[in-house]
Design a protein around this ligand. Structure first.
Ligand code: SF4
Length: 195
């Protein structure tokens, strides 16, 4: 008989909702997302597995819930190109370049070469004013700039994931999620070294 007993980490989708909601009140909470950024890498590096993806990813759980149980998905097969190597690695390179650019913008504020931009950039292009979530002086400018940039990345990837969820299978985003691609790459490398 299948074991349907829920574990505490089966509810991490709630954390995902809380995280994105907090960004509407105070942008500095965006830093909490670094846990979801670093933990999968750490688990893959130490354990050589995708335990994070399979058990701890609140975002993946949220897609399963919304697209699966709640029916917000057309559940069409995930297109083959989405999980192809060229697309997954191409998207990873693009994502890392955007991440690097965000870190550089943060550095410019830190170095006093630019001023704080209180906007969220959706899909790396659409600037949305987001100034109500930050009170000047609450944190150093670069800390706030990183928050705006990082939240932009997180929100953009959530929206892309939701779009993929609606039109295809609920967890289609996982086919090309940069974190998934990176952890998979680390696991492959680790297993090769072990052999
Ligand atoms: S591939 Fe990405 S979204 Fe999917 S479970 Fe892994 S980290 Fe989460």
């Amino acid at each position: 008989m299948a074991n349907n007993k829920k574990r505490w980490y089966d509810y991490l989708w709630i954390w995902s909702i809380i995280y994105f909601s907090l960004g509407f009140f105070n942008i500095l909470f965006a830093w909490l997302g670094m846990v979801d950024f670093l933990l999968p890498l750490l688990i893959a590096l130490i354990g050589g597995n995708k335990w994070f993806c399979n058990n701890l990813c609140g975002r993946g759980q949220l897609f399963s819930l919304l697209g699966g149980k709640l029916g917000f998905s057309l559940k069409r097969p995930t297109p083959k190109w989405m999980s192809s190597k060229w697309f997954r690695y191409g998207f990873l390179v693009f994502f890392l370049a955007m991440f690097g650019n965000m870190v550089f913008q943060t550095y410019l504020i830190f170095a006093g070469a630019d001023s704080l931009r209180e906007v969220i950039k959706l899909f790396w292009t659409i600037k949305v004013p987001w100034g109500w979530t930050y009170t000047a002086g609450l944190a150093p400018g670069w800390v706030a700039q990183f928050s705006f940039g990082f939240y932009s990345l997180m929100l953009t990837s959530l929206l892309l994931g939701l779009l993929a969820m609606v039109f295809f299978r609920p967890r289609s985003w996982c086919a090309f999620c940069p974190m998934g691609t990176m952890t998979q790459g680390i696991c492959k490398l680790k297993n090769k070294v072990r052999k």
